[in-house]
Every structure is written in C-alpha cells, then in structure tokens.
Design a protein around this ligand. Structure first.
Ligand SMILES: Nc1nc2c(c(=O)[nH]1)N[C@H]1C(S)=C(S)[C@@H](COP(=O)(O)O)O[C@H]1N2
Ligand SMILES: [Mo]
Length: 491
C-alpha cells in the first residue's frame, strides 16, 4: 500500500485535523490564539539545540490539547511510525504526501499576523531530505577571492544575525482558478504564509570572502536534496537584492526551521516568490549572468541532456502565453520586479517570478460561513494584504461581488514591506442572504489587483484591461474575483 493510500484511508489524521480546526475556533473565540509564543527564543542565541537534526519547534506551535494519538499500533505494525504529513501539519490540506505539498486549509489562517508552522504551506519538488546539521555545509564558489565551504556553525556564529518578516507565497498559488486549467499542483488560496525568519545576511559572507558584488551580477543558489541525476533546484538572485536583505535563514518563528521548510538552512529573499527561497542550500555561486545555456544544463550530468541547473530559472516560473513555444532565456533583464517586467513586454517576453505582485485575502468571514451582524448592525471583515518588497498602500473591500468598493483600514504590526498587513472593513447594515465578498490591494507604486484572469486567446504577457494574463504555468494569479468568497448573513 502506498503512502498516499495510507493517508487517504487514515481516519485518525482526518479527525485530528477536525479537532485542530475546532480547537482553533475555540482559541480564536477565547482570544488565546493571538500571537502564541511567536517570538519565543528568537535571536542569535536561541538555537543551541539544533545539532540533533530533529528540531523541536514547540515554542511556535499552538498548544495541543491531545497527546499525539495517531499511532495506535496493531500487533503487526511497527510501534514507532513517523507521523504523516497530515498529522504533522493539521492546518494543511494535503495536495501530495510525497513529495510533500500542502496549503492552508482554512481562510482563518488569513486573520492572524503570524502564520504558525501547522498552517504554513509546504511546496517540495522532491521529498524532504533527512539532514544532519553537523554534516551539512554550504560552499561559496565562482567570482570570489576565496572559494570556501562553510559549516553551519560558521554560518550561524561567524557573521551578523538578522530577522525579517516575510510573506512566503508559492508562485503557483491561485493556479486552480485558471480556466482552462493548467497542469501542476492545484493550489487554491492557501499557498501563502507570513513568518519571522532569522539568519545570516548573505552580504556579510560575500563581502568577507571578496565576492564580486556589483549590481548586475547574480548569486546562483542551489538546493542539495535532488535525487542523483535529477535537476538541481537552482535560482539566480540579482546581486542588488542579495546585498540588500537576503538571508541564509536557519530559524522560522523563533525556532529551528523544520525539515520540510529547509532545515538546516534556506535562502530567504524578503518579499519575493517562494521559488526564490531555495531550501536545503548547499552551494552559492557568484556569476555575471543568470544560469543559462549548455554549460549549466550539462554540468554534473552531461549524459542525460537535462536542464540540470537551468530548469527552475529559465524554463519554469515564467509568464508564458499560449502562443509561445516556451520562455525566452535571458542572461540578465533590465528590471527585476515582476509587475514591472509584466509591464515592459517590449523588453522581456516572459516575466520571471521574482518580487511578488500585489495581493490580498479575506480571512473572515470564511467561505460558506453564516455570520450575524453585531448588536450595532455591522460585520467586521478581516484579511491580509501584501505586495512583495513594496508596501501596500490601500485595501478595498466589496460586499457585492466587485460592483462597489469601500476602503478598509490597517491594524496590527508593521514590520517591513515584505510582511503582510492586516486589514479590517466595517460592513454596515448587511442585508440577510448570500453575499460575495472580495478584496483588492493597491501597492505604493500604484499597481492594483486586476479583476479576473484573461482568456488564453488574448495572449497577454502582462495585466491589461483589468485582467491577469492566463499563462501556461499558472503563475502569479492575483485576480480579486478568483479569490472572492460567498457567505450568508443571518439577521
Ligand atoms: N531546494 C528546494 N528549494 C525550494 C523548493 C524545492 O523544491 N527545493 N521549492 C521552492 C518553492 S516552489 C517554494 S514555493 C518554496 C516553499 O517553501 P516552504 O515549503 O517552506 O513553504 O520553497 C522553494 N525552495
Ligand atoms: Mo512555489
């Protein structure tokens, strides 16, 4: 029996998730969920017990009322069964147990500022590797004075330490709303979370080892989890961004990054799509261009003709309309911001998914929920909004399916632009019955979420006539009607 079948037939995990959701609702109602232990142990000194490779992240988890009771062993089963993905992340809807892929199951995730691990999506191309921290190293190669191999000890303690709040979102989030559908994981709204990451500024390491750090260079970063002979998860990050705020992160929400999120170390590119945040980093290569061409396609695996290092930089994570055979490969591009690339189609055929485009999600009311107005006759709509490494300027809410809009107000922490903003909208005197709620964000540059996704025939490469470009990879969907929800008002 495959793991998939096991998971699907495992009543226990389903009911555990039910209990999690019930309990979450209870905690929300009693107010005890807000900011649970979020920053406990955060900072450079709080990571002393990571050498075991089994990070304990209890500090960031919501209190669990029940003991983990899923492994009720039958006589012929091993007693020590590793908990399944669904058991470890009861807040996720699992898309595939191996490789591990799951998204936040409930809209309620988008009422809180910090996303707990149990609700933070996971996106893997290969299964999560089992890594001993003491045996892991990150090499620095390419245009540097000294090529070196850095141990985790050195990464953690020989350089500065910094923290950043980052809204991590998969570039494929919202893909399931494409019509016609495109291949790949069918993410709905939940492949996004907001967490606090702690690590070493990559700029510190590059400067120390005499790397070429001029603006038009790139740092190409590789993951170490690929099975032998398979493409290496690789991204080329513009040096300008690397030197600004990129981290080699080893803590998430104040305790060691869990294996599924990149233990012992991942790249953290504040405000940029999830794909740029390479997990299980084992090499950083300083170069003049992005990874491109034969040298990088064949290195390490000359016989199989694979796109060994170029696949996820040049072929995948590109905005490709139906009429193109594939994405045009570039050595460099004039602008990195994804929305700017999508506007400059005279210069770039197919945008690269770098900085995230503006987006928002309503967290309350939830889809299909029945809600009653307060004694004062209002309903408070709550949600979150983000725009990559640009600040969100305004959020508007519609309670009539996008016909009319009212401005929401912000509340909650403002750490930096790369973390989302919480918003609230006071819905005055809602009428009884079903309503379609939508939200739309505008960022500091004046970009606003479009209404819908275009038809493939329109062959768009950027946002036009209030439409997000349908694209073959299903990337970047920020159309507000895709993310609208219906709820029922009872009075
Ligand atoms: N090495 C490696 N890094 C990776 C990936 C991967 O498959 N392998 N997936 C990427 C993608 S597509 C996303 S969206 C994020 C997801 O990070 P998370 O699982 O911590 O949410 O990791 C990125 N980093
Ligand atoms: Mo992703």
């Amino acid at each position: 029996m495959s793991r998939q079948q096991l998971d699907d037939s495992d009543e226990g995990s389903g009911s555990r998730r039910e209990r999690f959701i019930q309990r979450r609702k209870f905690l929300m109602a009693t107010g005890s969920l807000a900011g649970v232990g979020v920053l406990a142990g955060c900072g450079s000194g709080g990571d002393t017990d990571t050498a075991t490779g089994e990070p304990t992240d209890t500090a960031t988890q919501e209190p669990t009322a029940e003991p983990t009771d899923t492994a009720t062993p039958t006589p012929d089963e091993p007693a020590q069964q590793e908990p399944s993905l669904a058991e470890r992340y009861p807040g996720l809807r699992i898309l595939s147990p191996e490789p591990e892929n799951g998204e936040a199951a409930e809209r309620a995730t988008y009422t809180d500022y910090v996303t707990t691990r149990e609700e933070h999506y996971i996106r893997n191309h290969y299964p999560t590797p089992d890594i001993e921290e003491s045996e892991w190293s990150v090499s620095l190669t390419g245009l540097v004075d000294d090529e070196v191999d850095l141990s985790m000890e050195e990464i953690k303690h020989s350089f500065a330490t910094d923290s950043v709040t980052h809204t991590m979102q998969c570039a494929g989030n919202g893909r399931s709303y494409f019509d016609p559908q495109v291949g790949g994981n069918q993410w709905s709204f939940g492949a996004v979370g907001n967490t606090v990451w702690t690590g070493t500024p990559v700029s510190d390491i590059l400067e120390y080892y005499g790397a070429e750090t001029s603006e038009d260079y790139f740092l190409t970063v590789m993951g170490g989890e690929h099975p032998e002979g398979e493409d290496v998860f690789t991204r080329s990050i513009p040096m300008e961004k690397v030197m600004d705020d990129v981290l080699l992160a080893y803590n998430m929400n104040g305790s060691p990054v869990s294996p599924d999120h990149g233990f012992p170390v991942r790249l953290l590119v504040p405000g940029w799509y999830g794909c740029n945040n390479v997990k299980w980093v084992n090499r950083m290569h300083v170069m003049e261009t992005m990874v491109i061409g034969n040298e990088w396609e064949e290195e390490g695996a000359p016989e199989n003709g694979q796109r060994t290092y170029t696949h996820w930089q040049q072929y995948s994570y590109r905005v490709v309309p139906e009429e193109d055979d594939g994405a045009t490969h570039y050595e460099d591009i004039p602008v990195y911001d994804t929305r700017d690339q999508m506007e400059q189609t005279d210069q770039i055929d197919n945008a690269y998914m770098y900085d995230q485009v503006e987006k928002s999600l309503i967290g309350y009311p939830g889809e299909g929920q029945t809600v009653s107005p307060s004694p004062a006759g209002t309903i408070e709509v709550i949600g979150v909004a983000w725009a990559g490494d640009d600040a969100v300027e305004t959020v508007e809410v519609s309670t009539d399916g996008g016909n009319s809009w009212g401005e929401a107000e912000f509340f909650g922490p403002v750490d930096e632009a790369s973390g989302w903003r919480q918003f609230r909208y006071v819905w005055e005197d809602p009428s009884a019955g079903e309503h379609v709620l939508a939200s739309r964000a505008t960022d500091e540059r004046g970009y606003t979420q479009p209404a819908t996704i275009s038809a493939p025939d329109d062959q768009l490469r950027g946002v036009e006539s209030d439409q997000f470009p349908w694209n073959t990879g299903g990337y970047g969907n920020n159309a507000y009607m895709s993310h609208a929800l219906s709820c029922t008002v009872q009075r």
